[in-house]
Design a protein around this ligand. Structure first.
Ligand code: A3P
Length: 329
């Protein structure tokens, strides 16, 4: 029998199984032995509700509105990743471990029963490893997915990256991005930008991955169009799903004509509203008819699959999906 130092044994092991180098954190809250050595932490600090995104679906507005509920606590605006924790979708943050994740959140007061912690990271929805990682750490978490019209979402995303000076978006208009292909010898950068722009909107594929790890009754769908037009109704349904007490969001949210969106009524001066910053609800030219038609064709089969998936789960499809009559045939 031959043996070696722990470090050398670990190195030998990882040479044979390199894929195991990436850790998977399981919940310390489900094992008494873990709990006994995991000092100073509180399981109620782990989120029991996660808004998964996707990006440019209205996720910041939903997070902002939901945190007005006194029973729903969340992380303060982090500076490390655009106000999001992004633990499950970033190897850098994930490798920092469970204590780092938990340290982002406040501890619910032990005397206020029914208070829970939630987070929103819009990068989770499309990330290949996020469903499994989340399942291993917070298997009972309720998940929220915002289904915004994928065409509007793609256009909003393009405007977003252009605004952030993405070099490829700066030199290619939206038409060139969505129509980029190997056949018309587009550059690799342009092809990558096209994928990043369009693939998140193939909702059924991402959902199938989440459903491998979470039961459907833990997943709630928000209609992205309704979130813009009638967020009060959206929040009513969501709060019921979460199981926290009723809150009259009609008194908390108000449409701001200047912003063109609903905003939060200021608690100190009720005639004032607090809206999301300038990077949310941007002004840009309307999408051309030609691009809309191109994207309708691009998403048509995918949207039909999403429609069938939602029907199978007995969920109400979002309005933009219902409007496409062909899905119902
Ligand atoms: P635009 O800026 O392109 O209009 P996310 O927060 O997931 O990045 O999504 C941003 C999008 O949220 C915005 O895209 C906007 O359309 C939408 N949105 C929905 N409700 C909003 C609100 N109350 N205030 C601002 N933007 C809102």
């Amino acid at each position: 029998l031959v043996t070696d130092t722990p470090i050398n044994l670990a190195n030998a092991y990882f040479e044979i199984f390199p894929e195991d180098k990436q850790p998977v954190w399981t919940s310390p809250c489900q094992d008494k032995r873990h709990m006994s050595i995991w000092s100073g932490r509180n399981c109620s600090q782990l989120p029991s509700l996660v808004i998964l995104g996707p990006q440019k679906s209205g996720s910041t507005a939903l997070h902002f509105f939901l945190k007005q509920h006194p029973r729903l606590l969340t992380n303060p605006m982090t500076t490390h990743a655009f106000e999001e924790v992004q633990f499950f979708s970033s190897d850098l943050y994930y490798n920092k471990g469970v204590d780092w994740y938990i340290s982002n959140f406040p501890t619910p007061n032990s005397t206020s029963t029914g208070t829970l912690v939630f987070e929103k990271s819009a990068t989770y929805f499309t990330h290949l490893l996020a469903p499994e990682r989340m399942r291993m750490l917070i298997p009972k978490a309720k998940l929220v997915v915002i289904l915004a019209d994928p065409i509007k979402r793609a256009y909003s995303w393009y405007q977003h990256v252009k605004f952030h000076n993405d070099p490829t978006a700066l030199i290619h208009n939206f038409t060139s991005v969505i129509k980029a292909s190997r056949k018309n010898s587009s550059s690799q950068n342009l092809l990558n930008l096209r994928s990043r722009c369009l693939l998140p909107g193939i909702y059924h594929e991402h959902l199938e991955r989440w459903l491998e790890y979470f039961p459907q009754n833990q997943i709630y769908f928000v209609d992205g169009g309704e979130l813009v037009d009638n967020p009060i109704n959206v929040l009513l349904g969501l709060v019921e799903f979460i199981g926290v007490e009723y809150l009259d969001f009609g008194k908390i949210l108000k449409f701001n004509p200047k912003k063109g969106f609903y905003c939060v009524v200021s608690s100190s001066k009720r005639s004032r509203t607090i809206c999301l910053g300038r990077s949310k609800g941007r002004q840009y030219p309307a999408l051309s008819k030609e691009n809309t038609q191109y994207l309708e064709r691009y998403y048509s089969a995918h949207n039909r699959k999403l429609y069938q998936m939602l029907m199978k789960m007995s969920r109400r499809p979002p309005t933009w999906l219902m409007e496409e009559a062909s899905y119902r045939q």
